[in-house]
Ligand binder design. Structure first.
Ligand code: PML
Length: 275
């Protein structure tokens, strides 16, 4: 459930977003929502991250924007489960089952999986944002198949971030990608008309992906792709009867959401279907 921040919030909050690229190719992006007294330190942390990528960026764009307190929504994070499977094919089979259990048609799930496997942008490339997919027909709905929808303006409250890091560490999970993917998936689950999300990274060495749905939460699956594969991305499945595309995109790109409490983090489970 989303709750609006009360007027009692003491310090103004800012959305801080940074994107780095080289020769027009996106290299890295990061963002936070922070009070004014943390702006300098967090800007420096994001800049350090952009300067640590290879090749070095030739353009770095940073945006800092005050958020109106009455527009910030508070919410709690989804439940987190982790599944170990015997290989990428089994991972994709499990992803398909979880999507169907969440209300996506088999046709739409399979179409989305194929698009992510083949590269969802024109020319078999990676997109800058996410695909939007009709959960029934599997039709792609985003206006621009290279850009897609860019989910933005979400973060944890400081206490929630600390609680999450410690709860993940208790389950042996420490990679920074988990918290970053979780906060994004958490926001997606509140979008009007959302049915499910499917994601895996385009980092050739990061093989875990996830399926998330409003009822089952964030379900990590490892592996969802083969080592060395540099394709990946996100598919957002929607029920078109409940929303307008403009509302859906506006919520994901512009409405600030701050996660202030944690749900459960379950121990690793093994999925035993034969490969
Ligand atoms: C996780 O391990 O829970 C994160 C999976 C998705 C990572 C997506 C990305 O970093 O691009």
């Amino acid at each position: 459930m989303l709750v609006l921040v009360s007027g009692a919030m003491t310090s103004p909050l800012y959305s801080l977003r940074l994107r780095a690229s080289r020769s027009g190719q996106h290299l890295c992006g990061a963002e936070r929502i922070v009070p004014i007294h943390q702006l300098r330190q967090v800007s420096a942390e994001l800049l350090d991250r952009a300067l640590a990528v290879q090749p070095l960026p030739d353009e770095i764009h940073s945006t800092t924007e005050e958020l109106k307190p009455q527009e910030i929504h508070l919410s709690s994070l989804p439940h987190i489960r982790s599944w170990q499977v015997c290989g990428a094919a089994a991972g994709r089979q499990l992803a398909c089952r979880l999507l169907v259990a969440g209300g996506v048609s088999q046709l739409a799930a399979k179409r989305a999986l194929s698009s992510l496997v083949d590269g969802p942008a024109p020319g078999g490339k990676v997109m800058r944002g996410a695909m939007i997919i009709d959960a029934e027909s599997g039709e792609r709905l985003e206006a621009d198949w290279s850009r897609g929808v860019r989910v933005s303006r979400m973060d944890f409250s400081p206490a929630c971030r600390d609680d999450l890091i410690s709860a993940l560490a208790d389950e042996g999970l420490s990679h920074h990608r988990i918290a970053e993917a979780l906060v994004l998936a958490g926001k997606v689950l509140h979008a009007p008309g959302i049915v499910a999300e499917l994601c895996w990274s385009d980092d050739p060495s990061y093989l875990t992906g996830y399926v998330s749905t409003p009822t089952a939460g964030y379900q990590r699956i490892s592996p969802l792709k083969e080592a060395g594969d540099s394709l990946g991305g996100r598919a957002l499945f929607v029920d078109r009867r409940q929303w307008s595309l403009a509302e859906f995109v506006d919520f994901l790109e512009r409405k600030p959401v701050l996660f202030d409490s944690l749900a459960s983090v379950h121990p690793l489970q093994t999925w035993n279907e034969p490969c």
